[in-house]
Design a protein around this ligand. Structure first.
Ligand code: ADP
Ligand code: MG
Length: 231
């Protein structure tokens, strides 16, 4: 589904955040990305999500060479296939949960009423059917993150990328968010999660370990070297 080939990323100013990363994620996977702070996890997730372009190397999403697309083409591809969730929720303040989720569908081409109908349906799905008219400041952290997840998946993306989605939550809310992400994975979404939580990471089917801008261990390659080589 998505492939990084020998990807490097050097930020303006000269920090090399990724020093040559190759990684393939297949449709239907549930992957944990782990590693110390500053090891390049968010940079890699942004590249997987086509939010950023590599300095060198290739990124392919569903066969599309990201480097060969214009910004507009890339935005369209991203809007139709990828959902994002961040540690700090990134919801619009002063706007209801329903509007936050519906606004995530602005680029879908759907009409206003249909956007709201879909937003309501997905908020029900994440267990917030009774909180739709609440603004972010009237919701708990766990509820805000569930709104953010609803917004990320409202358009039915094939790929969901989450950057420390439980990092700002207490453990009970974090578990509820994880249950939701697992449920989305079970229903067919490919899910990639950056986490500091070792226990959480260990409970997922695949762990990719990063250090100093490189993948230093990938459980998939350890378990199935033959399968990896045949990709
Ligand atoms: P992680 O998510 O694992 O903590 P990041 O990918 O955020 O790591 O960062 C990797 C390195 O790149 C760090 O040294 C960080 O300071 C640097 N970095 C990240 N984003 C930027 C940016 N926008 N501009 C400059 N340097 C950055
Ligand atoms: Mg990070």
């Amino acid at each position: 589904m998505i492939t990084l080939t020998d990807v490097t990323k050097t930020y303006p100013g000269g920090v090399t955040a990724l020093g040559g990363v190759s990684l393939a994620i297949d449709r239907g996977e549930l992957v944990a990305i782990v590693g110390p702070s500053g090891s390049g996890k968010s940079t890699m997730l942004n590249l997987l999500g086509t939010l950023d372009r590599p300095t060198t190397g290739g990124v392919h999403l569903d066969g599309h060479d990201i480097g060969a697309l214009s910004d507009a083409e890339l935005s369209a591809l991203r809007a139709s296939r990828i959902g994002f969730v961040f540690q700090q929720f990134h919801l619009a303040a002063g706007t209801t949960a329903l509007a936050n989720v519906a606004d995530g569908l602005l680029y879908s081409g759907l009409r206003h009423a249909e956007r709201r109908r879909r937003a309501a349906a997905v908020l029900h799905r994440v267990g917030l059917g009774r909180r739709m008219d609440h603004e972010p400041h009237e919701l708990s952290g766990g509820e805000r993150q569930r709104v953010a997840i609803a917004r990320a998946v409202a358009g039915g993306p094939a790929l969901l990328l989450a950057d420390e989605p439980t990092g700002a939550l207490d453990s009970v809310s974090g578990q509820a968010v994880m249950r939701l992400l697992r449920e989305l994975h079970s229903s067919g979404t490919t899910v990639v999660i950056i986490t500091h939580d070792r226990e959480l990471a260990a409970s997922l089917p695949r762990q990719v370990h990063m250090r100093d801008g490189r993948v230093v261990d990938d459980s998939l390659r350890r378990k199935a070297p033959a399968a990896e080589q045949s990709r």
